[in-house]
Write a protein that binds this ligand. Structure first.
Ligand code: NAD
Length: 320
């Protein structure tokens, strides 16, 4: 049995598969060569992350392909329903990266609270000549402890972020149409505690939160969840984090709100039109930026690899 891991797979997962007798190839095949390569080499399993697209051409063109696996959560690069209609098993690894995304969010909360992302940009060029003026510029930071964080989307990543935020002494509120009640377990040292989270409507949350972080899928209608109207009812000086999907926050509305001071700072890990985001977004002095690395830790990649491998073994009913 042959597996093509076209966007790579962690060694941990590759080793599980190879031990079970699978051949795993991790060389990236160009998108327009994939159909030929899969058929010529007889691959039955195609594993991708976000780079490789699995559209109808591959699904129709590779009749012997049995499984399509996505290392990670979002499957917008795969025509999932069509592939399933054609009898392919399509799967992902939804839980493996929640902690990594939550930790990135916490890092972003700390940096947008104190503008350290921007002082890191300014210090190399101006630190030696304008130290005092930079010190003044970055002297209006705020603390996280005691502030209210609003979590929009209270699924895996949202709940994981809540655990960290509680640990930082933040007051956590959340909004999710499918979660009416939530109790979050938090382990600090040997102590296990449980915290009840106040669940609100999105609108009520916008009005109460000092920090807002988004953990929702892209709405099916493609319309931003946060646009001008939603920003208008938020607190003045709110700080926002988007590590969900580009377009969940309307980028024009965000830029306006940053420019008029409604939003004090934002952190974006995801962008409209990846991998070529808008230059004015990238250059904005009040936006902390990362290039869609929420899930990209060694630990998450290991968990993803193992989870992909175990689903393949289960499908082929092979013991590890
Ligand atoms: P999840 O399915 O566990 O949780 C999503 C939650 O959002 C669900 O509980 C759902 O009810 C809720 N929701 C949907 N629409 C909503 C709305 N309009 N308002 C409030 N809540 C709403 O998903 P997850 O594993 O927590 O992942 C969340 C998102 O994070 C994914 O959809 C993905 O786009 C993104 N993600 C990003 C990265 C990254 O690298 N930055 C990595 C993994 C996932």
């Amino acid at each position: 049995m042959k597996v093509l891991a076209n966007d790579g797979i962690a060694l941990s997962g590759q080793q599980v598969l190879e031990k079970a007798g699978f051949t795993v190839v991790t060389d990236t095949v160009a998108q327009d060569q994939l159909v030929n390569e899969i058929n010529d080499k007889g691959y039955e399993v195609l594993l991708v992350r976000s780079a490789t697209k699995v559209r109808t051409d591959i699904i129709d063109g590779c009749p012997n392909l049995k499984m399509i696996g996505r290392g990670g959560v979002g499957m917008d690069n795969i025509d999932v329903d069509y592939a399933r209609e054609k009898g392919k098993k399509v799967f992902n690894t939804p839980a493996a990266s929640s902690q990594s995304v939550a930790e990135l969010v916490m890092g972003q909360l700390f940096t947008i609270a104190r503008s350290t992302f921007d002082s890191n940009r300014e210090m190399p060029g101006s630190g030696a000549t304008s130290f005092k003026s930079l010190k003044k510029k970055y002297a209006k930071g705020v603390e996280l402890r005691g502030k209210t964080i609003g979590i929009i989307g209270f699924g895996r990543i949202g709940q994981c972020t809540a655990q960290y935020a509680i640990g930082c002494g933040m007051n956590v509120i959340a909004a999710d149409p499918f979660v009416k009640e939530a109790r979050i377990p938090v382990q600090i040292g040997t102590q296990k505690l449980e915290f009840e989270i106040e669940m609100l409507s999105n609108e009520a949350l916008y009005q109460k939160a000092d920090f807002i972080t988004l953990h929702v899928p892209m709405p099916a209608d493609g319309k931003a969840l946060i646009g001008e109207e939603e920003l208008a009812i938020m607190k003045d000086g709110v700080r926002l984090v988007n590590a969900a999907r580009g377009g969940v926050i309307d980028e024009d509305a965000l830029m306006n709100a940053l420019n008029n001071g409604k939003v004090a700072a934002a952190a974006l890990d995801v962008f409209v039109n990846e991998p070529t985001p808008r230059i004015d977004v990238l250059e904005h002095p009040s936006i902390s930026l990362t290039p869609h690395i929420g899930a990209a830790t060694l630990e998450a990649q290991d968990r993803i690899g193992i989870e992909l491998a175990s689903q393949i073994l289960e499908f082929y009913q092979v013991n590890a």
